[in-house]
Design a protein around this ligand. Structure first.
Ligand SMILES: N[C@@H](CCC(=O)N[C@@H](CS)C(=O)NCC(=O)O)C(=O)O
Length: 216
């Protein structure tokens, strides 16, 4: 099994998830700045063209961070980052959808349509006029989450789970590319520091991230 890996907050999410579980495997590194992920031979493996992807020993390729993490959780259940029973897993999946659909997808699209436009305009349809509103939607949903995080250390079940890792990797990337964390969001800021202080947060950064001046 190997991870088809690159710089970027989504590959980092899987690297951080693996580290928290104590999983290691070889990486095949692609250059996403040079759009290697948008060309053959990668497109044959993952027609979605995005990073990362997991390739199993039988050749099967699993793309999409949530699907990759679900697979890793099934083959390495401990420590549980999705859940130990049906109810815990359902709560984690509920929160992952809320985090992705309301916050991280809007932050990423806001970036691609503005600061990242030069990199993305040839790769997908970009809507520059939507960037400011998408960023604003993400901020409003972060404020909503901030209210719900009162008295909580983590998003689900008060322990580190996949939605924490997904949101952390997104926000840590976004803060250096025009979407800083609002200092007024006291609970989100305290949560961010808590996740940031984990060894996995630092070790999951891709080598060379500092030259790019983007954490991913
Ligand atoms: N929904 C996908 C999103 C993956 C994604 O956006 N990956 C970024 C890297 S962080 C990427 O491949 N960017 C380069 C590109 O789209 O060409 C997932 O969860 O895996």
């Amino acid at each position: 099994m190997k991870l088809i890996n690159s710089f970027g907050p989504n590959p980092r999410l899987v690297r951080m998830f693996m580290t928290e579980k104590g999983i290691s495997m070889p990486f095949d590194n692609l250059d996403i700045l040079a759009a290697e992920n948008r060309k053959e031979p990668y497109l044959k493996l993952n027609p979605g063209g995005q990073m990362p992807a997991l390739q199993l020993d039988n050749g099967t390729v699993i793309a999409e961070t949530a699907a990759i993490c679900e697979y890793l959780e099934e083959i390495h259940p401990t420590p549980a980052l999705i859940g130990t029973n049906a109810e815990e897993r359902a709560r984690t999946r509920m929160w992952l959808r809320r985090v992705e659909l309301n916050i991280t997808e809007n932050i990423y699209a806001g970036f691609r349509y503005a600061e990242g436009l030069g990199l993305f305009k040839e790769r997908m349809r970009c809507i520059p006029a939507a960037a400011a509103d998408l960023k604003q939607v993400a901020q409003e949903k972060l404020a909503w989450l901030d209210g719900l995080m009162n008295g909580r250390d983590f998003i689900v079940d008060n322990q580190l789970r996949l939605p924490d890792i997904a949101l952390y990797c997104c926000m840590d990337f976004a803060k250096d590319v025009g979407q800083p964390i609002d200092p007024a969001l006291k609970n989100i800021n305290a949560w961010f520091k808590r996740v940031d202080s984990r060894a996995s947060a630092q070790s999951s950064l891709n080598p060379g991230w500092d030259q790019l001046k983007m954490r991913g």
